[in-house]
Each structure stands twice: as C-alpha cells, then as structure tokens.
Design a binder for this molecule. Sequence first.
Ligand code: UTP
Length: 287
Amino acid sequence: MKVRKAVIIAAGRGTRFLPFTKSVPKEMLPLVDKPVIQYAVEEAAACGMELVVMVTTPEKAALEKYFARDTELERALQQAGKNDLLEKIRCLPDLANICFVHQKEQLGLGDAVLAARAVVGKEPFAVILPDDLFEEREGVLRKMLNAFQKYQGSVIALRKVNKEEVERYGLVKVEEMTGRICRVTDLVEKPKPADAPSDLAIMGRYILTPGIFEELAATPRGTGGEVQLTDALKRLLSRQDLYGYEIQGEYYDSGTIPGWIEATLALALNHPELGQKLRDHLLHLLP
Ligand code: UTP
C-alpha cells in the first residue's frame, strides 16, 4: 500500500528554548532563511506526500498562520515592488496540503501520534519530528519509503550514538540484514548506558503501519509519565515485523540550543550567498 500521508509532530512545549518558547513555538526558530517547520513540510512534499497532518496545540497557532495565505501582506509587497519577498510568502500555502489537529494534553510523543489517528485512518503513514535534521535531507525519508514498499513492515530511522547519549533516546536491538536495513528485535526507551541493547538510537523519522494506533491506545504512560512511541513499537513488534534504516552523515537536533546553533552554521556555510562570508568571519573570530 502506498504511503500518502505524513504526520509532522509539533505539539511539544519546547522547554529547552525557554524563555523564547513562552510565546513562540520552537518550530518557528529560523534555520538561516526559513523556520524549522518549513524544512519538515518541504521534506514531506519532496517525498510525494499528498497530505501533511500537523499535530500542534492551540497555543502554537503561529504554525497554522505561517502556512495560511496573507492577502494583505501580499498586496503590500506587490505595491512596494518587492517581488522576491512576495514569492517567498506566496508559495507557503502551496508547499503541501496541510491539515492541523490538536493534541489535547501534552502527554508525550506517542500521544501526539495518536492524535492523528482519525485523519490518517487505516493506512500506513510517515512521521516526521521537525527537530531532527539530517545532512541527507529528504533522502532519509525517501529511502525509508522504499524499504517500506520492499519489506511491507514499519521502518524506523536509526543512528549510532555515543554511550553518554543513550539516555536521551530510544535504543534498539537489531539483526543484520542488507546494506543500511536491519531487522529490529527489541526496543527500550531512554535506557541507562549499561542497559542499552546496542549503540543504535531511534531518530525522528518513521514509516508506520496503522496497527500502531491500536498499540498506542493501549500503551500505559512510561518514562517521564508520557505515552512513549517506543513502548507502542515494542508492542507492535509482537505481531508485525519492524525494520530499521541506519542514517549516515551529519545529524542535528535543532530542539536543543547547541544543536540549533550547529544546524544554523552548517546550513549557512553551505548557503550560496552567505557561505563564504561566514567562513571568512569565523576564521577571523577563531584564535
Ligand atoms: P521533545 O522530547 O523534544 O519535547 O519532543 P518538547 O516538548 O518538544 O521539547 P522540550 O523537551 O520541552 O524542550 C519530541 C517530539 O515530540 C513532540 C515534540 O513537538 C517533538 O516533535 N511532542 C512531545 C509532542 O508533540 N507532544 C508532547 O506531548 C511531547
């Protein structure tokens, strides 16, 4: 079955960016010339998703406003002859067909995915956590979609992490398969380094079968008092195969201040107009 819908999860509080996130969603933080959320929507569109389901909260209305048409602003830019800027805002509502659903209470990532159930229905779907950015960009999701078509089972993105990092992620146990694809045989959310089943951590891209919704609905709150997607995946594993796709190349967690700065620098250094100037400036600043 074809994957047609991508669920972008953006209902978290973003406390690591307080005080900024007191009034602005962290997904509106710019990465050079556009906000984090736009990268996620563009990735979904580039991978052929026909519908983007964005999970947010009423407090994060700025996300919805960003993708809505603003005819008054368009008129003002047109009258001022600022056609390049006009183009930049006019394209936003057409990037993808987006619908918004609210997570009623911030009960964790698993609960946020469950909030999309009515819109997704009984078909496989992609999940994108906009904080997680990869050098491979949409290549990650595209290859995961190919793996889903080939193996007809849920596929989760994995990446090797250091021992000190394992407590921040869901970790998996795997069996080798071919190339960057492996079979997942166990999962554990935020283990102590000594209990980690491997050094492979779950990253923010998933292709899921609709069976995950039943499992999420039956999953009790786990680590941190939240409904953990990792726990629901472990339940799903008892009745369906689960595959991992190992990401290589650089990874940035723009949901943390250091990760956001690193992502900004990497993107700016590769920017055709800004890159060289920034490189010169950084060399000037470095001792
Ligand atoms: P994080 O663990 O980064 O949490 O969520 P957070 O709330 O966004 O940020 P901090 O930790 O307070 O700084 C991982 C993903 O799950 C979503 C977030 O939006 C992010 O995409 N999430 C988390 C929800 O949608 N709802 C929740 O209740 C929790």
